[in-house]
Design a protein around this ligand. Sequence first.
Ligand code: DC
Length: 218
Amino acid sequence: MTVSVLTIDGPSGAGKGTVSRAVAKKLGWNYLDSGSIYRSLAIAALKQAADLEDEAAIADIAQAMVLEFDCGDDLIVRLNGEDITAQLGLESTGNTASIVAALPEVRRVLLQKQKDFKQLPGLVADGRDMGTVVFPEAQNKVFLTASAAERAKRRYKQLIEKGIDANLAQITNEIEERDRRDMERKTAPLAMASDAFYIDSSDMALNAVIEEVLNLIQ
Ligand code: DC
């Protein structure tokens, strides 16, 4: 039986997570947050004080890590039995994830772990290379983006609301640097699949984006 797959790719802070979770919930489909796999690897590598440029060492850590995802209302992630949810969303985790994600051997090791999420009744997969590399066969593909300035503003607001001290200029710089690294790497760079539907959410409410994606599927 064919399993329906919807891929949502795009740069960090475009709203992929919120949109993907809402769409998956509405359709009753499974959800893959592929960024959380790279983020978990970043946490594992930092814990072991591994050299982030040592491709073989980082790939070994990726191979050995046991991840458990509890996909209730709030996602809980365990790495080798330890709850790492609180560290997953940190800026430092995202930046390190982007560094280890550029290593080809790491991406090779993590490919099957991601493909395993394709289960009935369907899958919403969120990331950078879901429609191009991991699920090129997906029936529905979206490329969701927004201007770097708008993404930085959203991230800044999120942090301030959580009571975390933040600096808009620094966040903008980090977002631009991460975009560059994710787009310029040789293996599976952030790119729009030729058969993807393009959405620029800079001037859109997230609810409107969710509606647009649901319309695409129906
Ligand atoms: O989506 P995110 O911000 O949680 O992703 C964190 C980093 O992981 C991102 O900067 C690049 C990497 N990543 C990737 O290379 N491929 C994916 N499919 C998802 C994330």
